[in-house]
Design a protein around this ligand. Structure first.
Ligand code: SF4
Length: 181
């Protein structure tokens, strides 16, 4: 029986790197260069060639770059809720709905983070304007108006909801009505 290591050696293709390809490889950071080199050689081998060109390296860099960009894009959201209701509600239902991507959070993928959970500051929503300002510095994508502000069962519906909504929209931030109902 042929030992496995021997079998592996018989199938290794020695890759020839064109000088321009080697130069392109040098541009890849040290920490990932070895791994990138292996990946590029495997891809060239799959194409049935044994010579790596500068185009092969550039193509691999673009491919990895696009993947990294896609991975890094995180949707950032926040929830504003009623200051009065916050006296008795810790917000568990809002977080449950978000964590399970249910009800008003159903559209979000796993790359979504809640970066703010705040109260309006009391009637008529006196804190909202300033807090939206702060959230914008952190790249907020959308703000949810909590269900407690919108419903009139259990808690009275917020009489200032339209002003609060307009205040956020005027800042250029998307508003989503509702959280867990
Ligand atoms: S403004 Fe609306 S959400 Fe804020 S405390 Fe008053 S009723 Fe509640």
């Amino acid at each position: 029986m042929v030992p496995l290591c021997h079998f592996y050696k018989m199938n290794v293709i020695i890759m020839d790197w064109k000088p321009e390809a080697a130069k392109e490889l040098e541009k890849i950071p040290d920490s990932v260069r070895k791994m990138a080199k292996m990946g590029i050689e495997t891809s060239v081998e799959k194409k049935g060639r044994s010579t790596v060109t500068a185009e092969d390296v550039k193509e691999a860099v673009e491919r990895v770059g696009a993947l990294m960009e896609k991975d890094e894009k995180t949707t950032k959201i926040a929830v504003v809720r009623c200051d009065i209701v916050s006296e008795t509600c810790p917000g568990v239902a809002c977080f449950k709905a978000f964590n399970k991507r249910k009800v008003c959070f159903g559209e979000y993928g796993k790359n979504t983070e809640i970066i703010g959970f705040f109260t309006c500051g009391g009637c008529p929503g006196r804190r909202v304007f300033r807090l939206v300002d702060s959230l914008q510095k952190h790249g907020i994508d959308a703000i949810h108006l909590s269900s407690c502000m919108l419903m009139d069962t259990g808690y009275p519906r917020c009489p200032h909801i339209d002003e609060i909504k307009q205040m956020i929209l005027k800042k250029g931030v998307k508003v989503v009505e509702g959280t867990h109902h």
